[in-house]
Design a protein around this ligand. Structure first.
Ligand code: AR6
Length: 166
């Protein structure tokens, strides 16, 4: 499995599955979540999410991608950051692990992640990039060949590159 980091918009990614930074009600929202719902087709995505019965923090659940280039959207719920001592690192790591597990169940060969929890949920970007790369590097998936970390800005991309040793 190859891990790469790119600059871009998560909704444009031509991969089997993109990951959504959702909330536990899977009710839609701002940031990545809003962009994914709009690009997928808000009505269809809303209806598909409503059938899932919510999602716990650190867990992940899939819907189709509808109008997106990606076949699937894997909705995961990151932790809201408080001080880092309330299980936030474990919950964030779990988002990456569980999203990959769900991708494997779907037999996806490629997946793209946004920087979960680093927007509205306030996770410090440096720590979040460290957890993302470390957690993914520890995994040994079977079907997944490519994991892409997608950053919306240059600073986020540089964080991933540092963590990946490049
Ligand atoms: N493509 C890639 N990255 C993006 C995009 C995009 N289109 N848009 C924003 N980012 P956030 P969270 C970056 O707030 O912190 C929603 O309301 C952004 O710069 O989307 O997990 C949900 O419903 C930031 O670095 O997710 C939840 O209630 C990162 O993606 C809550 O927000 C994540 O920012 C989840 O908050």
């Amino acid at each position: 499995m190859r891990i790469e980091a790119n600059l871009g918009d998560i909704t444009d990614q031509d991969v089997d599955a993109i990951v959504n930074a959702a909330n536990s009600a899977l009710a839609g929202g701002g940031g990545v979540d809003g962009a994914i719902h709009r690009a997928a087709g808000a009505d269809q995505m809303h209806a598909a999410c409503a059938k899932l019965g919510g999602c716990a923090i650190g867990d992940a659940k899939a819907t189709p991608g509808f109008r997106l280039p990606a076949k699937w959207v894997i909705h995961t719920v990151g932790p809201r950051y408080r001080d880092g001592r309330h299980g936030e690192p474990e919950a964030l790591a779990s988002c990456y692990r569980r999203s990959v597990e769900v991708a494997e169940e779907l037999e996806a060969t490629s997946i793209a992640f946004p920087a979960i929890s680093t927007g509205i949920y306030g996770y410090p970007r440096e720590e979040a990039a460290h957890i993302a790369v470390k957690t993914l590097m520890d995994l040994q998936p079977k079907t997944l060949l490519l994991v892409r970390l997608v950053s919306f800005d240059d600073y986020g991309l540089s964080l991933y590159q540092n963590e990946m040793g490049g």
